[in-house]
Design a protein around this ligand. Sequence first.
Ligand code: DLL
Length: 444
Amino acid sequence: MYFNAEIETMPRDELRKLQLERLKQTLGYAYTKVAFHQHQFQQANVTPDSLHTLEDLNKFPFITKPQLRENYPFGLFAVKPNDKDKIVRLHASSGTKGKPTVVGYTAHDIEVWAESCARAIACAGGKPGDVLHVAYGYGLFTGGLGLHYGGEKLGACVIPASGGNTPRQILLMQDFQAQGLCCTPSYALNLAEYLKEHNIPLESLNLKYGILGAEPWTEEIRVKVEEGLGLIALDIYGLSEITGPGVSMECPYKQGLHIWEDYYLPEIINPATLEPLPDGEIGELVFTTLAKEAIPMIRYRTGDLCNLTYEKCDCGRTHARMGKIKGRIDDMLIVRGINVFPSEIERVLLEFEELAPHYQIVLERPEVLDVVTVHCESTTAFTVSVFGDAEHDEEHHLLSSLRQHIMLKLREGLGVSLQVKINPPHTIPRSEGKAVRVVDNRPK
Ligand code: DLL
């Protein structure tokens, strides 16, 4: 169902008119309020008046993540945290590479974000009166509070479970009979595994839809989550720099994620040439915010790779749809000159019944060359690494032929040979939030 039918199904010519009006406002606002933007515009030889059509946005400079870091903490803020009564909240990204990225919200920004998430929950099938179990982390991460406010705005009863403590999460979902589950897809797998291992019947839960995102996931994971939790698993995308979760959301037709284009204007560019790419081609996703007060973002390069389509969806929504994220540019592994995304490895591993859907890709550099090892996990216990007697010969044989088979499939699928190690059950760390798929142990 729609949360805001008028906007979500707005004819595209009207939507474009609204976007142009808001884009002009945003450019003028950013230029007058933020020295960073003024400087960027001057360097690119443009002013807000250089924009007459939506396509003119092409003339404007991009913003990159390193620029956000260089301007840490408040350099890109149009409203400063000490401006009285203006900034009502700060969030920050995890910042695995140095300083975190800090984002701020005015009351109006929180309102726009809550509306975005309310639309997203409704898009997944959520209704007023539903019980919505939010197992994204609450805190500086935007996942928990973003969906929390969205759920309340929709009229749902929100359970702020936050991450961790799986047995308690299951108990709460059983006792409160939540219809909606919000968490990362890797945590959803974790919940599914727990149910199976503890013989907890799916009927004791009332789950109908999952709002899963914050990390890339494949169709193969979707199937496992849907079977394991008895719900429809739908993809939600977002990033703190633009707002948080709810920038886009998949509907039950599963034909891409609807971008709330009245708030977030998308582009796809070739990350090497920075030129726009035609509809349908995979490239780097770029966003310009159209309603943000605290931090207006102009042509922010997300680093995420996907494609866009502007065709109306069967659900009736007219806003652009993005394909599932293929990966991040900086997650791409270059193995002997060949580009490999963790999601491609995932797709191959999940074809194997003998493997659990948990894996890690470990990068090492024992000498000069990088070695990539895919650590996967067997669903059945084995002992061969400990014993070398005849009784275990057969087990040894089975494992080594499984390993060969996985290596062959990876080579066929990716065009490059990777090392594979099969680990016993429950040895790959389970995720409570964003899964760590790539572990880089190379010397810095
Ligand atoms: O992950 C916001 C979020 C929370 C989205 C809950 C969805 C659900 P950040 O921590 O700033 O924000 O990380 C943003 O996560 O640039 C993508 O690389 C990745 N990401 C987010 N959603 C998806 C998704 C939140 N559905 C970064 N598929 C983004 C793939 C995703 N990657």
